[in-house]
Design a protein around this ligand. Structure first.
Ligand code: ACO
Length: 436
């Protein structure tokens, strides 16, 4: 961290001594005020629910400029990565800091490909779930369960263990997601195939049956790969912060990633693509495009509790760059499948057009986020709606691992332990039950 020449001074109106606080400069983005000695010197904490103004760590992985609508992985714009690299190159970049050359890529792809099978016992574990269980409930269990299968890579403080766990997680997530899907529809699991790409293999494990040959459609394969790239990392979001906090206790990597999966499930985070598609289907059932005005009135009415899902973001106060790329992919996939006139796509475009012009959204800087179009793409590919968030988890796994690895390697790493402003009852005595 580079110290700034400027210092912040904190003063108090009650005459308590003021305090100088160091400021650090990032390579880009806002400076941070270092408050680590605040409690020791003043006996006071800072108060910041939801971390609106708090940097919880320093990181070299992902940078977002929410006002410009810019997303960089290790300095590279997401637009260049999505159009010039594939997902496994992006994984290598996130994990290692640099894009691989051809030999490094071949070696990495080979390692991931050779780890895609899961322990045969996993299917018996899976069998314990109801077939109608939500895929995220199943995935939380399966990922957590990996720590019971791979004992030789559970020491989070051992760099070699973390490396093996990273490869295993990246390689096995598609297999687990596809197994959860096949289980839910009562079809046999399809084993991975090493001659296919990461995305192609996933599509095959999802949609092939033992009864006939399955050849992944290259347009859908590329679309799937792009979904993975766009979701691979997003700096200190809720699930990543969960993974860091969970991992900060020294728990094993599989347990920490399972915590991330659980956090991602929520509709304000990864569950938004599912919620967005459900919303589009509801409007369609109400009467489609003709009902958009009525729906928007509900969204703007604070008492209705209705939000325009797939719109708004804690960090982006501009168009989410991933949403633009996803809209492009959406056009390609719908054209490939002859679904250009898909009513949900037309509905999404209408909602977007109205929202981008409406004062309510303009004033609050609410723009489409990545989930607005990713649901339509996935639905067109044939992925059932409840599986959307599981696919997001599959893609985000590499980001979680890279962030966890960075945290463990940081000399300033400590167990995460926020403080609180206590506003409950003061000390009091327990009365006998008869007089309460
Ligand atoms: N529809 C309608 N109004 C909205 C929406 C929305 N989607 N999002 C925010 N607002 C309004 C809020 O009501 C609030 O209005 P007010 O100032 O009059 O009270 C204002 O915009 C600010 O919203 P906050 O909720 O305070 O913003 P915050 O940064 O906490 O929330 C969030 C961000 C959770 C993503 C929110 O925009 C939302 O719920 N969006 C819909 C869910 C969604 O798409 N989530 C996906 C996020 S991206 C991802 O995880 C990959």
């Amino acid at each position: 961290m580079t110290p700034s020449d400027v210092k912040a001074t904190l003063s108090f109106s009650d005459g308590s001594p003021s305090m100088d606080l160091p400021i650090y400069k990032g390579s880009i983005g806002p400076d941070v005020i270092d408050i680590r000695k605040l409690y020791a010197q003043t006996g006071k904490f800072t108060y910041d629910p939801g971390f609106l103004s708090t940097a919880s760590c320093n990181s070299k992985i992902t940078y977002i400029d929410g006002d410009k609508g810019e997303l960089l992985y290790r300095g590279y714009p997401i637009e260049q990565l999505a159009t010039q690299c594939d997902f496994l190159e992006t994984c290598y970049l996130l994990l290692n800091g640099e894009l691989p050359n051809q030999a490094e890529k071949d070696e990495f792809v080979n390692r991931v490909t050779k780890h895609t099978m899961v322990n045969e016992q996993m299917q018996f574990f899976l069998r314990g779930f109801r077939r109608d269980a939500h895929p995220m409930a199943v995935l939380t269990g399966l990922v957590g369960g990996m720590s019971a299968f791979y004992h030789d890579s559970t020491d989070i403080n051992n760099a070699e263990h973390r490396k093996i766990a990273a490869i295993r997680l990246i390689a096995k997530m598609p297999t687990l997601v596809a197994m959860a899907y096949k289980y839910s529809i009562g079809q046999p699991y399809i084993y991975p195939r090493n001659d296919l790409s990461y995305a192609g293999n996933f599509l095959r494990m999802m949609f092939a049956t033992p009864c006939e040959e399955y050849k992944p459609n290259p347009v859908l394969e590329r679309a799937m790969d792009r979904i993975f790239i766009l979701h691979a990392d997003h700096e200190q979001n809720a699930s990543t912060s969960t993974v860091r906090l969970c991992g900060s206790s020294g728990t094993n990597p599989f347990a920490a990633i399972a915590a991330g999966v659980a956090c991602l499930w929520g509709p304000a985070h990864g569950g938004a693509n599912e919620a967005c598609l459900n919303m589009l289907e509801e409007i369609q059932a109400m009467g489609g495009v003709s009902k958009v005005g009525e729906f928007m009135n509900q969204v703007k009415d604070k008492n209705s509790g209705v939000r325009l899902m797939g719109f708004g973001h804690r960090v982006y106060k501009n168009y989410d760059p991933r949403a633009k790329l996803m809209q492009e992919t959406c056009n390609e996939v719908l054209a490939e499948l002859g679904l250009e006139n898909d009513p949900l796509f037309a509905l999404a475009k209408k909602l977007e057009q109205i929202a981008l012009e409406d004062d309510y959204f303009v004033q609050r800087k609410l723009y489409p986020n990545v989930d607005f179009y990713s649901g339509i793409v996935q639905r067109a590919i044939g992925i059932p709606v409840p599986l959307f968030t599981a696919i997001f988890a599959l893609a985000r796994t590499v980001g979680w691992i890279a962030q966890l690895d960075e945290m463990i390697g940081d000399p300033e790493y400590k167990i995460g332990r926020p403080r609180q402003l206590f506003v409950g009852a003061e000390k009091r005595d327990v009365k006998p039950i008869g007089s309460r």
